[in-house]
Design a protein around this ligand. Structure first.
Ligand SMILES: [Zn+2]
Ligand SMILES: [Zn+2]
Length: 436
């Protein structure tokens, strides 16, 4: 028996209050309080977009904010990446939350008051720069999530690794960066996360809705180059040469039979596209060489390899049939398929439903765009979801797409992003959906 029963019970009460689970109502209130500042941050980033591997101002603002929260901040990962760890008040698992920070070489055409007029250098040219993929919203959302979690940290178990990643959209020629480089620089050694989460704002969904699916979500993407070599001759005497242009057109057409005739499209879809074809000098010279550039999108490593093998067969043999030679070259550093861990996705879906209601959580289709978070998802069980940012009154099927110069983010969707990510993180750490 304690000599001081009142003191003992007060202490017990204080301890249990400090360790009481964070509730949904608390997250609602914290997110609502912070919303105006998160929107302000997002507008600031929108006004000052920076291209991949050049996110100097953006990452500076992020680091400044994280330091103001009392966090120890690691900067300069993969050039401009910023990482900080929030230590919970109790033992528990580490999780990773990731936002991307880079903008695109797009000249903005929206009429928002904070429309970007920024320019940057892209492939040696001066171009307009715009947050046409919504990474400004992602960065602001994670800054807001960080602030809320720091305030609740004493009551949370485990650790949260905050990752602000550069260069999701791909690096300038000759450079490296993005998620693969952060991983190489030891991102996962910082706190050994057992689960990773990320989100993307998208025009294809209305504000208030989100979309997720277990298993493959976004395609693996490969870039390829084909060089066809024939023999130059006078355009009036093609029989004296080997026409690289005619050979190339046959290769392009034959490549189209891979998806339409050779792979089992009932299993998973795939895309093979030739996007550039260059060859020849003038009207009366039979071209000696043609270069073609293209992309493959696949949803499984097996189908990817099968398609590459079939492409090799077509390229080599169609060229041979024409008396030419041709070579298929796969570009280095392909993006893997983004795979959502099924068990983790089930938990995240539950959290999303708890925040937004079951009807607001859609099942995403397979998306043929790629996302470099796939590299992280290959190393750590992950769940990635889409957050709608097309105003409810507008048809999301016809709204200007991500990467369009008219891409528009309904700022109410930023709150949805922040609140859902908070729910996903806190539910995971507390090992149960937050109580209402
Ligand atoms: Zn993008
Ligand atoms: Zn994006």
């Amino acid at each position: 028996m304690s000599k001081f029963p009142l003191l003992a019970s007060l202490l017990a009460f204080a301890t249990s209050a400090a360790q009481a689970d964070v509730t949904a109502a608390e997250l609602d209130a914290a997110a609502a309080t912070l919303e105006p500042r998160v929107v302000e941050w997002r507008r600031d980033f929108h006004l000052h977009p920076e291209l991949a591997n050049r996110e100097v101002r953006t990452s500076g603002k992020v680091a400044e904010h994280l330091r103001s929260l009392g966090l120890e901040v690691r900067t300069g990962m993969a050039h401009t990446g910023v990482v900080a760890v929030i230590e919970g008040g109790r033992p528990g698992p580490a999780i990773l939350l990731r936002a991307d920070m880079d903008a695109l070489p797009v000249a903005e055409k929206t009429d928002v008051p904070f429309r970007s007029t920024a320019t940057g250098e892209f492939r040696g040219r001066t171009v307009g720069v715009m947050h046409a993929c919504g990474h400004d919203a992602h960065t602001a959302i994670l800054m807001g999530v960080a602030e809320v979690l720091v305030k609740l940290r004493h009551r949370l178990p485990g650790k949260i690794v905050l990752v602000f990643q550069p260069a999701e959209e791909g690096v300038p020629e000759g450079e490296r960066g993005g998620a693969p480089l952060m991983l190489e620089e030891g991102l996962l050694d910082i706190a050994k996360p057992e689960a990773a989460f990320s989100l993307h704002v998208g025009s294809a969904l209305n504000t208030g809705t989100v979309a997720i699916r277990p298993g493959p979500l976004m395609a693996g993407s490969d870039f390829f180059r084909i060089v066809v070599t024939g023999r130059q001759s006078h355009g009036s005497r093609p029989w004296q040469g080997v026409d690289a242009i005619v050979t190339a057109t046959q290769i392009v057409n034959a490549l189209q039979t891979i998806v339409s005739r050779q792979v089992d499209i009932t299993e998973l879809p795939a895309v093979v596209s030739v996007g550039a074809i260059n060859g020849g000098v003038r009207h009366n010279i039979i071209a000696e060489t043609v270069e073609m550039l293209g992309t493959i999108r696949t949803f499984s490593p097996e189908m990817r390899q099968d398609i590459i093998d079939r492409m090799n067969r077509i390229v080599t043999n169609v060229a041979a049939a024409n008396g030419a030679t041709a070579q298929l070259e796969m570009m280095p550093a392909p993006n893997p398929v983004l795979v959502n861990d099924p068990a983790l996705t089930a938990r995240v879906t539950e959290s999303l439903r708890a925040v937004l209601g079951a009807d607001a959580v859609k099942t995403s289709g397979l998306l043929t765009v790629a996302e470099d978070f796939a590299h992280i998802a290959r190393a750590v069980p992950s769940a990635y979801y889409w957050v709608g940012v097309t105003p409810p009154a507008q048809d999301a099927r016809t709204a200007p797409d991500n990467h369009s110069d008219l891409f528009y983010v309904d700022e109410a969707g930023i709150f949805v992003g922040m609140r859902t990510l908070l729910g996903v993180a806190v539910d995971y750490l507390q090992a149960a959906p937050t109580a209402r």
